[in-house]
Design a protein around this ligand. Structure first.
Ligand SMILES: C[S@@+](CC[C@H](N)C(=O)[O-])C[C@H]1O[C@@H](n2cnc3c(N)ncnc32)[C@H](O)[C@@H]1O
Length: 331
């Protein structure tokens, strides 16, 4: 959230970060009974072990690291280790490069990559499809519970979330808004490659029965290039809008995205983002170090998005955690 505070830049920066660290947790009145369901995608798990108790020494090391990062964040310029500001130019450079990989090579990197994930009492070693599968299942399960026909993904990347959702929900109209032109091209070629791209169908164990060659995704997904800060859509164009890891990349202007989402959506907006409420101090320090979004959802109502459901009880990376927020559009 960009706080409108007068004063030197270091004071504004300090307040912005403290607003993340100390924002109060909110107990949401769950007046809507959503069911968040997913199956663990076993085929994307390499190994599993019980979580070990952390030793005193390892906790002490973490504290040392937190103090170092704190200094880097606030006085980095003086000691030459300033945290890189995650502004829009920085973000587009990263993604234009990433999306220039062809579908087949990208799918290969997903299969070959390894991450540690915590879920309940276990640590899982998984590949790059694992979390994608969990997120898409969560979204798909929520969308099934809303009465909707048109969906917007804001920051749709290379379009894989929408491609997977459209396999299950063939009667709905999906739109992806993406800033990176390479992302838009990658999304369009993903649709062409989809019949041969088994991994997308494997996102969700329920969808394994689909014969990808029979799907007609190119008719149901429209990829539009544009910015989430100023969306090229009329008011109330979509029933539901969602983001996955996109506010994460827009820590300075994310309130503009919220305003736009409440303008273009009619019913609900869903967010899978690293909310302050999902993270402990370790998570917040790691988010700060990368200059990711790390703020509370308590101000979302101001932008016409009333929080009605929040949870972080799904598989999580070790460094920082994602929260699932469902908001009702009130404007
Ligand atoms: C971490 S990726 C997530 C992509 C996709 N949602 C997914 O789950 O794979 C963040 C995406 O947000 C996009 N993005 C960042 N700023 C944006 C903006 N102002 N408007 C639209 N997209 C934006 C980036 O280009 C990138 O594709």
């Amino acid at each position: 959230m960009s706080l409108k505070v007068a004063g030197p830049i270091w004071l504004r920066k300090l307040l912005r970060n403290l607003s993340g660290y100390f924002a109060r947790n909110i107990n949401i009145m769950n007046n809507i009974d959503f069911k968040v369901k997913f199956l663990l995608p076993e085929k994307h798990i390499f190994s599993r072990r019980p979580k070990a108790k952390r030793s005193f020494i390892s906790r002490l090391k973490d504290t040392g690291r937190h103090i170092k990062i704190f200094f880097q964040q606030f006085w980095g310029r003086a000691i030459g280790t300033k945290v890189k500001k995650r502004d829009q130019l920085f973000v587009s450079n990263i993604y234009n490069n990433l999306y220039s990989l062809p579908t087949s090579e990208w799918a290969k990197t997903k299969i070959e990559s390894k991450y540690l994930i915590e879920f309940k009492n276990d640590i899982l070693e998984v590949n790059g499809w694992f979390l994608k599968s969990v997120y898409v299942q969560i979204l798909s399960g929520l969308l099934d519970q809303f009465n909707y026909s048109s969906i917007l993904e804001v920051g749709s990347g290379r379009g894989d979330n929408l491609a997977a959702l459209s396999l299950k929900n063939t009667n709905h109209k999906f739109t992806g808004l993406e800033r990176s032109s390479e992302g838009i091209l990658a999304g369009r070629s993903l649709l062409k490659d989809l019949p041969n791209c088994r991994e997308i169908g494997d996102f969700d164990p329920w969808w394994a029965r689909f014969n990808l060659k029979d799907t007609r995704n190119s008719d149901t997904i429209d990829f539009v290039q544009g910015s989430a800060l100023e969306m090229p859509f009329g008011d109330k164009t979509f029933d539901v809008a969602f983001t996955v890891l996109v506010l994460e990349q827009i820590p300075y202007d994310y309130h503009k995205v919220l305003k736009e989402m409440s303008r273009v959506a009619k019913k609900y907006c869903i967010f899978l983002e690293p909310f302050r409420e999902a993270n402990n101090l370790n998570g917040l320090v790691n988010l700060t170090r990368r200059d990711y979004f790390r703020f509370s959802y308590k101000n979302f109502s101001r932008f016409g998005l009333k929080p009605v459901y929040f949870s972080s009880d799904h598989p999580q990376k070790l460094k920082y955690r994602m929260g699932l927020l469902v908001t009702k559009v009130t404007k």
